[in-house]
Design a protein around this ligand. Sequence first.
Ligand SMILES: Nc1ncnc2c1ncn2[C@@H]1O[C@H](COP(=O)(O)OP(=O)(O)OP(=O)(O)O)[C@@H](O)[C@H]1O
Ligand SMILES: [Mg+2]
Length: 268
Amino acid sequence: MSSPLLTVTGGVEVSNVSKSYGTGDARTTVLDNVSLSIRMGEFVSVIGPSGCGKSTLLKVIAGLTPADSGTVTVDGSTVKAATKNKMIGLVPQSPALLPWRTVLDNVALPMNVNRGANTGRTLRDPREILDRFGLGAAVDKYPSQLSGGMQQRVAIARAFVFDPSVLLMDEPFSALDEMNRDKQRLGLLDFWQSNRKAVLFVTHSVPEAIMLSDRIVVMAAHPGRIAEIIDVTLPRPRTEDVYATDEFRDLEGVVRTTLRNVMGETHV
Ligand SMILES: Nc1ncnc2c1ncn2[C@@H]1O[C@H](COP(=O)(O)OP(=O)(O)OP(=O)(O)O)[C@@H](O)[C@H]1O
Ligand SMILES: [Mg+2]
């Protein structure tokens, strides 16, 4: 297990990031001057219409897509250095598991392919993480033998192997039914609570964003940009009881109104 001590310095700094795709008339600005700080130990959700650039923002922070302009630092390091040191864990929008490897081998894969990269980092036991995500009985199965929701959970478990200090999660619970989704949310919160990382979590669910987050970033589309950042001051640790509180409902109203304004503006 990693140290329970909270790191209060560092985090992710996104400064004036812009990104376009295409050329000439077909050129579209996907991210327009996006700036955002995520402190270590902070849980931030991103919500916004389809195509507003949520996944692109995560890919830029993860170093998978270069920004056209602007900078991203992770704990003061460049993205290149941070990815080399395995400081960033990414759960992509689709699980991207290797079909010929078992669940256990998929989760252990980053350790095997990157033996040299993990000096000085705490490596977690893949079996322990799989157990935490309710997959203890599935370690020897192949991805094709799992439901879509289980595959998503394997991808989440894989992101924890290097015990990254920053976790980027792109709609990780989208393939789950509501009951399981709630269970996984609570499981993730529990894990994060004892193991604080800077989290950037993309979702289309307003209750999910409120339940999990310290702050909710509402993005607008065409061009993709941050429209509003809403603080979630609900006390932690949070349980399902939070859904029934007045404060939760009030926040839900605020986020939904902000989203409606954003959607109206962009005609999505
Ligand atoms: N590799 C690429 N080449 C060209 N255009 C791209 C590429 N990746 C994304 N886009 C475009 O950038 C825009 C933003 O895409 P992105 O996947 O970031 O949206 P999103 O907010 O994650 O949407 P969703 O909620 O549907 O997942 C879209 O218009 C998409 O078509
Ligand atoms: Mg996306």
